[in-house]
Design a protein around this ligand. Structure first.
Ligand code: FE2
Length: 782
């Protein structure tokens, strides 16, 4: 992430080693494969004679050099936090101990014990460092002196796995911790380093792995624990490790704290701007550059074509194709051709971008007085509304959550939003057809019930009002609240309450990647006053806050757990519901993986209930996302392995598959603006028989607003580089064999699901691919 700039320096080289370092750094990074290295270059390939690997940097033979250490950071993802004095190695003690050891070794000929050390640097641009790196090994029987890691100008290049030998005058026993000391080197400036992991091999051949996978910034010491997943109860006999995990959490709680973006919304990370965020939770260079480039290119394209300055209404529907022809997708083309079809309108409730709002209707609501006569021609011959209600073929979508939401003003023009009810019928040929629409929650002469038998533009405009309402519920509740915002709560609670050695931290970290930054971006660029949602939607900023607030008040645990949600909405037997079919398979795959992990580490229910870190974590989520609301059904504590498994499955599913389902199709379905108009410039019709195509064009957004909406949808529908699909975990936080096997089994299961989806899609006119595992990102990062 950092530019390694040397050309501005005017100093002479002070040593050949310094020059060598720069030259080495300019080389192309080796195509290192850490996993391959781990298997192929382990013990067997270690230089048995030490040879070039035995390193104690000469300049640090003067113990005074140790004074350069400026602080100790417990293994954390924080950037500026320091351990308390009692956890720091005492500088004087360390120097004195080192001097004594050296003296004793020389005078008495004490045999030195060598530990083989392998240090992996991240395999991406900017991950290497010019700074000096030293290491201290801490075991159950003592600790080694601090030793420099230096292979003469070749250390810590991007992708490298450097090998060293670290000596101790004694057997250190079981290795518990390492300290990585990052210090200035000659005239080189401070230079951040991304360390992937450190691996130690004892003289007896035992291997210890220390996962790191984080940036180390500044001159400081980072303490890392050996990678075995441990609950707090397993450290009970070891005060050093207990203190380490407590201190790590203290550090993180100082770095990551809660803030309120707006009243009623879930809490978010307290950060003023993206620059202020910790590097370890920010986008990588690849992701950031792809993201910014795509954003710029889309805007430039729109500007060049003169669309952004054009406030006029569209003159004809076909003109809208001109805006997105350069970014068209097969599905956006299909939508442009079929948006007026009733069957396609119904299809989108099952497999569109918001497939989570439709529910079975067993009784016509009192405020939606649809009669047998109104829908008779829409039902199967010889059937009746009552019969179809009893058979379970009638469905309802009710947008009452939008009642009372204030609407926006765009460029001085008032915008409008309906609060519709829509009745749908699954026909014998299994199409889901809309059969009645009412645009308000209050029936009466001013709120007619629109029917498929009405004049074409009356019926089409009524459906467009429903789609506009669906846009607001989808973007603000299904997408923003129930994936992005709640995932941010999961991320912050995990960073605050679980130490790196906790198995739940290891399990969840890959599923929280980049979520904090994309949400910070969304707050600044999309949601805030003047952001895209304010420039192009009916609700605007002043409407978003109450919608999300109401959504938060109504959010239930069941709605986040797909099997429960399907049951609660009564949609288990609807035909052609691919979101449900694919989602349930993925839910089951995640649950099986999580269950294996939970059983392996927890072993019994008692250990779940008595895990103080886990209980603090779940309580914090209950408090910050569900606002301590018991009626949500969300747990405030976890008592059994089954409860924990379900909760963790919900977290991973929400951050991966559920987000993919409500995010990835935004452009596909929204690019053709008449299909999902984000804003409406005229109020809903109060009578039938008056609507023309011109009225429709005067109601949907004008040209410039259309373009603002489209550029945002394009940007947010596509993952921006640096992808990690579901089940792909290149950072090996789990070091034991068993969890690695569980991951492999999870990957096999996902591959089988993908095969089934591919096979099914071949027979569909419109493939449903949003929940195909290779298309699902591990975390919410867009
Ligand atoms: Fe998203």
């Amino acid at each position: 992430m950092r530019l390694k700039i040397f050309w501005s320096w005017k100093e002479n080289w002070r040593s050949l080693e310094g020059l060598h370092r720069v030259l080495c750094f300019m080389k192309t990074p080796p195509a290192a494969n850490h996993e391959k290295w781990g298997k192929g270059r382990g013990l067997g390939n270690w230089d048995p004679n030490g040879g070039k690997l035995a390193m104690i940097r000469k300049r640090y033979k003067n113990p005074a050099s140790f004074s350069r250490t400026q602080g100790t950071v417990a293994a954390s993802l924080g950037k500026s936090c320091h351990c308390p004095e009692d956890l720091k190695p005492s500088k004087d003690l360390e120097e004195s101990s080192w001097r004594t050891q050296q003296a004793e070794s020389k005078s008495e000929g004490t045999p030195m014990i060598s530990y083989k050390v392998q240090v992996a640097t991240g395999n991406f641009w900017g991950s290497g460092t010019f700074n000096s790196i030293s290491i201290t090994l801490v075991g159950s029987k003592g600790e080694s002196p601090k030793q420099s890691l230096n292979n003469v100008g070749k250390d810590f290049l991007p992708g490298a796995v450097d090998e060293y030998e670290v000596s101790s005058d004694r057997d250190l026993g079981t290795l518990l911790l390492i300290r990585l000391h990052k210090e200035p080197y000659m005239f080189f400036p401070e230079d951040s380093w991304y360390c992937s992991f450190v691996q130690l091999i004892t003289p007896q051949g035992e291997t210890y792995r220390f996962p790191c996978y984080q940036w180390i910034e500044g001159h400081r010491t980072l303490e890392l624990r050996e990678g075995t997943g441990k609950l707090a109860c397993e450290d009970a006999e070891n005060p050093l490790l207990l203190r380490h995990r407590a201190e790590e959490l203290k550090v993180r709680q100082g770095c990551y704290s809660w803030a309120e973006f707006a009243p009623g919304m879930p809490q978010c990370l307290a950060v003023e701007n993206i620059e202020e965020m910790d590097t370890n939770v920010k986008f990588s260079f690849t992701k950031l550059s792809t993201f910014l480039l795509r954003s710029k290119l889309t805007k430039v394209e729109m500007k060049l074509k003169g669309f952004l300055g054009c406030r006029q209404s569209w003159k004809k529907l076909e003109d809208i194709r001109r805006v997105f022809w350069f970014n068209k997708t097969p599905i956006s083309e299909y939508v442009a051709d079929h948006w007026m079809d009733d069957a396609f309108f119904g299809y989108q409730y099952l497999n569109g971008v918001n497939p989570v709002v439709i529910q079975k209707c067993t009784e016509i609501p009192a405020n939606f007085p649809v009669t047998q006569e109104m829908v008779a021609t829409s039902l199967a011959e010889g059937s009746s509304l009552q019969q179809e209600l009893q058979k379970g073929n009638i469905f309802l979508v009710d947008y009452k959550i939008l009642q009372g939401i204030p609407t926006n003003t765009i460029e001085g023009q008032q915008q409008y939003m309906a609060v519709p009810l829509c009745l749908l019928y699954q026909t014998p040929s299994v199409d889901l057809m809309p059969i009645a629409i009412q645009l308000s929650q209050t029936p009466g002469p001013d709120s007619p019930i629109f029917l498929p038998t009405d004049p074409e533009w009356d019926w089409t405009l009524a459906k467009m009002w429903v789609r506009n309402a669906d846009f607001h519920v989808h973007q603000n509740i299904s997408h923003l609240l129930r994936t992005h915002l709640i995932a941010e709560v999961f991320a912050v609670a995990t960073l605050r309450q679980l130490p790196m050695c906790h198995p739940v931290f290891k399990l969840l970290l890959p599923h929280l990647r980049y979520t904090l930054q994309i949400n910070a971006f969304a707050r600044v660029r999309l949601i805030m006053k003047g952001g895209m949602m304010d420039q192009a939607t009916s609700a605007g900023y002043k409407g978003i806050v109450p919608i999300v607030g109401k959504g938060t008040q109504e959010m239930t645990y069941a709605s986040l757990c797909l099997p429960d949600d399907i049951e609660a909405r009564g949609v288990a037997s609807v035909s052609n519901y691919y979101y449900r079919d694919d989602g349930l398979k993925i839910w089951a795959a995640i649950k099986s993986y999580v269950s294996n992990i939970v059983q392996f580490y927890y072993k019994n229910d008692e250990r779940v209930e008595s895990d103080p870190e886990l209980q603090a974590w779940v309580l914090e989520i209950f408090k910050e996302s569900f606002k301590n609301r018991k009626t949500s059904g969300a747990p405030s504590s976890l008592k059994t392995m089954a409860e924990l498994t379900k909760f963790l499955t919900m977290v991973i599913f929400t951050c991966s598959a559920q987000h993919a389902a409500v995010n990835s199709g935004q452009y596909d379905f929204g690019a053709w603006i008449p299909n999902i108009p984000p804003s409406m410039r005229r109020p809903p019709p109060k009578v039938k028989g008056m609507v023309t195509l011109e009225d429709v064009l005067e109601t949907i957004p004008p040209i410039n607003t259309t373009c603002i909406a489209l550029s945002s949808l394009w940007l947010l529908s596509n993952e921006a580089g640096d992808r990690r699909p579901l089940g792909y975990y290149p950072d090996e936080h789990f070091t034991e064999d068993e969890p690695k096997q569980f991951i492999k089994a999870f990957q096999v299961c996902l591959a089988e699901i993908s095969e089934e989806i591919n096979k099914r899609n071949k027979s569909l006119p419109l493939p449903y691919n949003y929940m195909n595992p290779p298309e699902i990102e591990n975390s919410i990062s867009i």
